[in-house]
Design a protein around this ligand. Structure first.
Ligand SMILES: Nc1ncnc2c1ncn2[C@@H]1O[C@H](COP(=O)(O)OP(=O)(O)O)[C@@H](O)[C@H]1O
Ligand SMILES: [Mg+2]
Length: 259
């Protein structure tokens, strides 16, 4: 089938989203094809996390206009777990701690919910943990509880490798990761994308993620709108110029990257 005739994995059309009186997304459109990897960059507060939350159906956000289709289905009537079962997966900016549930239970429940085979789950978990540099001594802990920021991101990547996804939304996967960890997790996601045709939407502030994760496009979100789009080189340009061309405020880079 040609690329043009394929149903896109994700199709966001003219999406307007508010919280209370505040309009956060003001007409966002984005189409992502099967196995396609794109990056979203943009100043703090521009609506990147809001977009990922709305994709997953986090309560509190109101869709005023527009639509989101995933695997050909309108997402608005689907609960978060139904979206996940369809193959939508989020690596959150701040991974949630889940007390009382260990990784093996979580993976087992996720695979069962998808009607997938549970045989050898423990050895699969251990094998994937090794690939991602996630210490086996941490596998018995409750999900994300008492893990460092970097360990949490490794664990989230481990989950992605164990529970099949059609689209992974990565919200600042790179934050809190040292250089080696960043290379390992981004390489694992790159490999998953190649082997399983998993599409990726990577929200990031840094072009270094894109050294390993090879995106076809970089989109810039500012004030709730995509204001420009380019190839991977745009990420490097933005590290030099900041977002002043797009925010209209002459924002210096230090204000955008305060850490
Ligand atoms: N649940 C919420 N309640 C109130 N305001 C929110 C909520 N979620 C996001 N916002 C506001 O929306 C704007 C965009 O936030 P966010 O999507 O987190 O931006 P980014 O991820 O691009 O830094 C910010 O002004 C933020 O305070
Ligand atoms: Mg954010």
């Amino acid at each position: 089938m040609s690329q043009a005739s394929m149903v896109p994995v994700l199709e966001i059309t003219d999406l307007h989203v508010s919280v209370g009186e505040k309009e956060i997304l003001r007409g966002v459109s984005l189409t992502v094809g099967e196995g396609e990897k794109v990056a979203i960059m943009g100043p703090n507060g521009s609506g990147k996390t809001t977009l990922s939350n709305v994709l997953l159906g986090k309560p509190g956000y109101r869709i005023d206009q527009g639509s989101i289709r995933f695997m050909g289905q309108d997402l608005s009537s689907l609960s978060t777990h139904e979206r996940a079962q369809l193959g939508l997966s989020l690596v959150s900016q701040y991974p949630q701690e889940v007390e009382g549930v260990d990784l093996k239970d979580l993976v087992g429940a996720a695979l069962s919910a998808r009607g997938l085979d549970l045989d050898g789950v423990e050895s699969r978990v251990a094998n994937e943990a090794r690939k991602i540099g996630f210490s086996e001594s941490l596998l018995g802990r409750w999900v994300n509880v008492d893990l460092s920021g970097g360990e949490k991101k490794r664990l989230e990547t481990l989950l992605l490798s164990l529970v099949p996804a059609r689209l992974a939304v990565l919200d600042e996967l790179d934050s809190g990761l040292d250089i080696d960890a960043l290379r390992q997790v981004s390489q694992r996601i790159e490999d998953l994308s190649s082997s399983n045709s998993m599409a990726v939407v990577a929200i990031t502030h840094y072009s270094r993620l894109l050294k390993t994760l090879t995106v076809s496009r970089v989109l810039v979100l500012a004030h709730g709108l995509f204001v420009t789009e380019g190839g991977p080189e745009l990420a490097e340009e933005l590290e030099t110029t900041g977002y002043r061309d797009y925010t209209g405020k002459g924002t210096p880079t230090e204000d955008i990257f305060p850490f």
